[in-house]
Design a protein around this ligand. Structure first.
Ligand code: PLP
Length: 355
């Protein structure tokens, strides 16, 4: 892709500091931007200094939330190089989100190339692999028409920012606790749950805060129509192990189709498990947790790859899984997937891209 690369001044060139990294708080020196209008299509592709975006107060994204984003990572390889993980899948999901939100789509190869060029320029910002550190990549698109009125924007801004993120499991691979919400829903079939758009996350915030006050780390969402079928947990997909058989909710139209979930579905059978996509009834699930048939539960997503879940709360009662410790299936999947992401083993699937 033809991208204008702007020179940075000495004061814009900060040196990365990888100590005490908190997710989402530190960003590198540069960002990618390009604009879209009806007459010109995508234009002005630039990598320049990271910094504030100036928007008219009437800009449509600020009122009607026509916005999409993505989350992917760059990983430091043992040979010092850098891997992207399935960036084409990520770009395809960005386009699916764009279509659902009535926004302009991007050219997949150009989008991946913009990420690769940005990461190459900012390669000093990719931390060493220890403890699961990586460079988080956040592609975003916002509606930029400066006018009120509920309609599809006539212009968009596409930008990509990157920032180092530290180990997710600084204190070890510890299970989280999850509240199954019987009060709030996240998304409904026919709505925008399968798109990665800000409104889905806005809708989840109050439930997350209330669950936090009750001592739970995340919220598990049930389907919005019957409030009965398991969908996803916080910002990740979910799966349950019955011994060596793993089940994950089938994509219902209101679940975000995770790239990590898709990878686990392909990888699990190759490392000794069977795995199926099913409609998971919460009552059956809680019964199977109580009887001990469910041996493990875990979240699946880019952020922490596999997040073991040790306890569920539902309707005032707690259900412990795997004695509240990380089980062997979670640990095995975590290792198998991160070994590929970080380039510690050969990638038989063609998932990684060296930048
Ligand atoms: C709501 C939601 N579900 C699932 C996922 C997992 O998707 P992925 O594995 O592509 O990160 C994410 C994270 O992107 C998410 O925000």
């Amino acid at each position: 892709m033809d991208i204008k690369i702007e020179a940075l001044t000495a004061s814009q060139l900060k040196t990365p500091d990888f100590k005490n990294l908190v997710f989402g708080r530190t960003f590198s020196n540069r960002m990618f931007t390009q604009k879209w209008t009806h007459d010109k299509g995508w234009h002005d592709a630039t990598i320049g200094a990271y910094g504030p975006i100036s928007l008219d107060p009437s800009t449509s994204v600020l009122h009607y939330a026509q916005e999409i984003f993505e989350g992917t990572k760059a990983y430091r390889r043992p040979d010092g190089g850098v891997n992207l993980f399935r960036p084409w899948e990520n770009a395809a999901r960005f386009n699916n989100s764009a279509l659902r939100m009535g926004m302009a789509t991007v050219d997949i190869e150009s989008h991946v190339d913009a990420i690769a060029q940005l990461v190459r320029l900012e390669q000093d910002w990719v931390p060493a692999a220890e403890g699961g550190a990586s460079l988080y990549i956040r592609p975003t698109m916002i509606a930029t028409e400066a006018a009120l009125g509920v309609h599809v924007s006539d212009s968009f801004l596409h930008y990509i920012i990157v920032g180092p993120t530290g180990a997710y499991f600084a204190g070890g691979f510890k299970p989280i606790s999850v509240l199954i919400s019987d009060q709030y829903v996240r998304a409904v079939r026919g709505g925008v749950g399968a798109a990665k758009t800000g409104g889905n996350y806005a809708a989840s915030l109050l439930a997350g805060a209330e669950a936090g006050k009750l001592g739970y780390g995340q919220v598990l969402w049930l389907d919005a129509l019957e409030r009965r079928y398991v969908e996803e947990v916080g910002g990740s997909n979910i799966a349950f192990a019955y011994g060596n058989h793993i089940i994950t909710p089938e994509l219902s139209g209101s679940i975000l189709p995770g790239i990590t979930r898709k990878s686990v579905l392909q990888l699990a059978p190759d490392i000794g498990y069977t795995m199926s996509e099913e409609k998971i009834d919460v009552y059956d699930l809680l019964r199977d947790i109580e009887s001990g048939e469910v041996t493990e539960a875990f979240g699946i997503g880019t952020a922490a790859v596999i997040t073991p879940i040790g306890r569920f709360g539902y309707a005032g009662k707690d259900y412990t899984v795997s004695n509240g410790v990380a089980g062997p299936v979670s640990q095995h999947l975590f290792k198998a997937l991160t070994d590929i992401q970080y380039g510690r083993v050969a990638d038989p699937y063609g998932w990684t891209m060296k930048v």
